[in-house]
Every structure is written in structure tokens, then in C-alpha cells.
Write a protein that binds this ligand. Structure first.
Ligand code: ATP
Ligand code: MN
Length: 467
């Protein structure tokens, strides 16, 4: 049977929908029934195989297809339709299939949860194993796939090497977030009064899931010039926000011979590249988001691609916020960490587009960020966007050995734990910089989806790890 062809000869519905030159050809199309509509003589079946949002319309003549088969073609049922590709008289599609025979592959009983056209996101989260079959989640998955491709293309075209940094780490890295512990110790027999003897643990010391690949990426950057990691990161974030996951994917480029300005240029060019790629390659799915999820998002993204990102210092950002008439939940003064309400205000109300904020107070940023001459601020750069706030956090790195030692101590960390990281500053230290982009935050931005749990196939957050 053709649809079991292992050499990928079976055409997808995406391909078939474009085969206007093959009118009259006989072919077999496997897929799932989205809807079925009956007249006296004909059944119209919308068939989808996931390759694109569009369905192919199947015309099932009741003379040719028996009642029993038609009866079994319920929403969600799988089948393989063999028939002739014909020009479609209907609007919105060039071709359709005139069925000669339909083979049922799998029935779909009436308790199938996806009968209705529209379901709430909350309900769909409870059926995470089925939600990819909806238009919304199919589109998100295809866009996520295209963005993955765009990210690799961008870096590969610009001479970055992809490095797989470790998932399990023994360094309490950067304190970027609460870490998940990795252990084989029998914690069910744990006696809290005695403390934990980690020398008996699998690695002979305490180990965790990584919160960022950056420090490891730096070791490769300082050998290969330009590298990037793109992998899962883990933070035991207890906050239940629409922008935080416990497991999320992060894109982290790291570049030698580069300062904070080069870093900002890269972030801006990179974001624009990914946005352009999605608009060019995911037109159908983007039209869906534009129409049903976030009206006007295509125009918004085009405007972002064509405009320069605003670049301001943290000090200026604080001045802008202080000058505002808005009463923020978290009051503003120099030294505070910007909350998402502040970030949204700056991007949506003051600058109306992405904003890069630089030179944050050293107290609220990680120890590895390069100290400015003022001794008070570091060369950090966060990229903020409307609707979301922060999507990128980055910096020029401290490349002076002694300053870095001081910063490690000031942060209350152990100098000895960072011996290998310090070595990078001891042997041929160079100016270098990089950033971390939360992949799911970028998908939220591109699609207009409201909750980060809906742009990753399987969301992990506090008290939520089903499927
Ligand atoms: P936030 O203040 O929003 O929690 P952060 O300052 O902790 O972010 P960084 O440590 O700079 O974030 O991480 C780099 C990027 O990773 C962020 O800009 C964001 O896009 C993403 N990110 C951070 N934490 C999460 C999370 N829990 N879930 C999803 N993405 C995240
Ligand atoms: Mn955080």
C-alpha cells in the first residue's frame, strides 16, 4: 500500500494541496477526519495529516462509498482515501479528492474530547496528549519547528559552532534561578537532623540540572571564537506566571573579541532574522495567529523587523518610569530590579517596540558581567519586547582575572568552585560577550499566544508534570 512507503514517497497533504499541475492523477491520502458534512448524495470530509493547517476536501459519492464506511468517518477517525485529484469548485482551495475508496485505519468513538471547534486553553492543557491535533497547537508546533531551523541557520551562516553543554552540572552556576537537585541518594530514608553526606552521592558531590549553559559555553567560545548552545534548562521557579516554566529551552550564543555593543547588534540582527524567517516560511500558520490569536501581529512583527531597537541605559529607564504618571505595583527607584509591569510600560507606552536596556546596577545582576568604570554598574543588556517584557538577558563578560575574583567573593560564592572558569581569564583572556534567549518567550512573542505553557509540547511547572 502506498501510504506505508518507507522511502517517504507518500505525499503529504501540504504537498498535494499544491499539485495543481496533477489534476486527474489517482492518489492515496492518509489522514484524520476533521469534519464531515452530508448531503443526500455526497459526504464532504475535511482530512488533515498535520503537515499543514489546511485540510484537503474529500468528496465521497454515496454511490461509491458505502454507508457503513461513511458512518465510521467521525471527527478524529483515521483513514486512507484513494481517489482522483480534481480541481475544486469551492473557495479557498485549488484541489480536492474525488474518492474511489476509503479505508478506515482507526475508528474514533464519540467520547473523543476534540469534537467541538473551540476549546479553552485550560481544558486543552488537561489533554496534553491530544491537544497537538487542534489547529492552534498544530500551528504552534510548526512555528516552533521553523524557529528552531531559523536559529540554527542564523548561527551556522555566521560561523558559530553549536556546542552541547551539559544538562547535569556540579557548579551552582550563576544562581540564575533555584536549581533542581540530581541525586541517587535514598531520600525516602533521609534523616534531616544529620545533614546530607554528598560524598556518598553518585557524583561524590552535590549536582543539579543546569539553569544555563553559559559558563560551559564560554570554555568553548574561548577556544573556537563563536559558539552557541540551544538546549533545555531547568529552574525550580515557584512562581506561577504565564512567562515561566520549570523546563524551558534556551538559545545562548557566546562570542569572543566582542563587547556589549557587538552583543546588542547580534541580538537585534538575530531576532529580526528569526522573525523574517517565520513570516516567510510559515505564512498559513501566521495568518491563523493574526486572525484568531493576536490581531495585527503580522504587521507588528514586520514593523519590528524594519525599525531599530531602542537602546537605553538602566538609569534612563528608571528616569522614564519615575516620570510616568502610572502607579506601579512595585515602586521605582534606582537600584530596583525591573518587574514585568515596568518592562511592559517601557516597551508599550514609552518606546512602542523592543527596547534594549544596558548598564544595570551590579547588585541585581550576575557576578560574571563586566564591571563598568563607575564601579557601580555592569555591562548587562536585556532585550524587552511589548506584551512580554524580557526575552533576552545578556552581557559582556568580566575578562579581568582579579575583578572576577572580587565579584565572585562579593556574590558570596566560593572562588575554588570556579577554578576552571577563572582559568579562562588566566590563559589568554579576551573581551567576550553573549546572551540567553528564552525560546518559549520568543514563540509567545511571535505567535501572540498568551501563556508559556501553550508553546512547549509538554509544560513543566510547579505541581504540573503530567504526560
Ligand atoms: P525573568 O526575570 O523573566 O525571570 P531571568 O532574568 O531570570 O528572567 P535570565 O537568567 O537572564 O532570565 O535567562 C535568560 C532568558 O531565559 C530570559 O530572558 C528569558 O527569556 C528566559 N527565561 C528565564 N527564566 C525562564 C523560565 N522560568 N521559563 C522560561 N523562560 C525563562
Ligand atoms: Mn527568572
Amino acid at each position: 500500500m502506498p501510504y506505508y512507503n518507507a522511502a517517504m514517497k507518500q505525499e503529504t497533504i501540504k504537498q498535494i494541496l499544491q499539485k495543481t499541475e496533477s489534476i486527474g492523477e489517482t492518489l492515496t491520502v492518509p489522514g484524520w477526519v476533521r469534519t464531515k458534512r452530508d448531503t443526500k448524495e455526497i459526504a464532504f470530509i475535511a482530512l488533515n495529516d498535520g503537515s499543514c493547517m489546511g485540510n484537503i476536501q474529500v468528496i465521497a459519492d454515496k454511490d461509491k462509498i458505502d454507508d457503513k464506511t461513511l458512518h465510521r468517518l467521525t471527527t478524529g477517525a483515521s483513514c486512507a482515501v484513494t481517489g482522483t485529484l480534481v480541481e475544486s469548485p469551492a473557495k479557498g482551495q485549488a484541489v480536492e479528492i474525488q474518492a474511489d475508496s476509503i479505508e478506515i485505519l482507526g475508528d474514533c468513538p464519540a467520547d473523543y474530547p476534540l469534537q467541538k471547534k473551540r476549546h479553552s486553553m485550560e481544558f486543552l492543557r488537561e489533554i496534553g496528549h491530544l491537544r497537538a491535533r487542534t489547529n492552534t497547537f498544530g500551528a504552534v508546533a510548526r512555528i516552533r519547528n521553523a524557529m528552531t531551523q531559523a536559529i540554527h541557520s542564523y548561527f551556522q551562516e555566521n560561523d558559530f559552532f553549536n556546542v552541547h553543554t551539559p544538562i547535569i552540572t556540579a557548579s551552582d552556576c550563576e544562581g540564575a534561578g533555584e536549581m533542581f537537585q540530581v541525586t541517587t541518594l535514598p531520600f525516602h530514608t533521609f534523616d534531616g537532623s544529620k545533614g546530607v553526606d554528598y560524598s556518598r552521592d553518585f557524583f561524590g558531590k552535590q549536582a543539579s540540572l543546569t539553569v544555563s549553559g553559559q559558563l560551559s559555553a564560554e570554555t568553548y567560545a574561548t577556544a573556537m571564537g563563536r559558539v552557541y548552545t540551544f538546549g533545555p534548562t531547568f529552574r525550580a521557579e515557584n512562581s506561577n506566571t504565564s512567562r515561566h516554566l520549570a523546563e524551558f529551552w534556551m538559545v545562548e550564543p557566546e562570542m569572543c573579541f566582542c563587547d556589549i555593543n557587538g552583543n546588542m547588534d547580534l541580538a537585534e540582527e538575530f531576532l529580526k532574522y528569526v522573525l523574517s524567517y517565520v513570516l516567510e516560511n510559515c505564512e498559513e500558520d501566521m495568518q491563523f495567529f493574526n486572525k484568531f490569536v493576536q490581531k495585527g501581529i503580522i504587521e507588528d512583527l514586520k514593523a519590528v523587523i524594519n525599525a531599530d531597537f531602542t537602546r537605553i541605559s538602566y538609569t534612563k529607564a528608571v528616569e522614564d518610569l519615575e516620570a510616568s504618571a502610572v502607579k506601579f505595583e512595585y515602586p521605582v527607584s534606582w537600584g530596583i530590579d525591573l518587574a514585568s509591569e515596568h518592562e511592559k510600560y517601557l516597551t508599550e507606552k514609552v518606546y512602542n517596540g523592543p527596547v534594549i536596556i544596558t548598564d544595570y546596577p551590579k547588585e541585581i545582576k550576575a557576578f560574571y558581567m563586566k564591571l563598568n568604570e563607575d564601579g557601580k554598574t555592569v555591562r548587562a543588556m536585556d532585550v524587552l519586547v511589548p506584551r512580554l517584557g524580557e526575552i533576552i538577558g545578556g552581557s559582556e563578560r568580566e575578562n579581568n582575572y582579579d575583578t572576577l575574583v572580587d565579584r565572585i567573593k562579593d556574590a558570596g560564592l566560593n572562588e575554588e568552585d570556579y577554578w576552571w572558569y577563572l582559568d579562562l581569564r588566566k590563559y589568554g583572556s579576551v573581551p567576550h560577550a553573549g546572551f540567553g534567549l528564552g525560546f518559549e518567550r520568543l514563540i509567545l512573542y511571535v505567535t501572540g499566544m498568551a501563556n508559556i505553557r501553550d508553546v512547549i509540547p509538554y509544560a513543566r511547572s510547579a505541581r504540573n508534570c503530567e504526560f
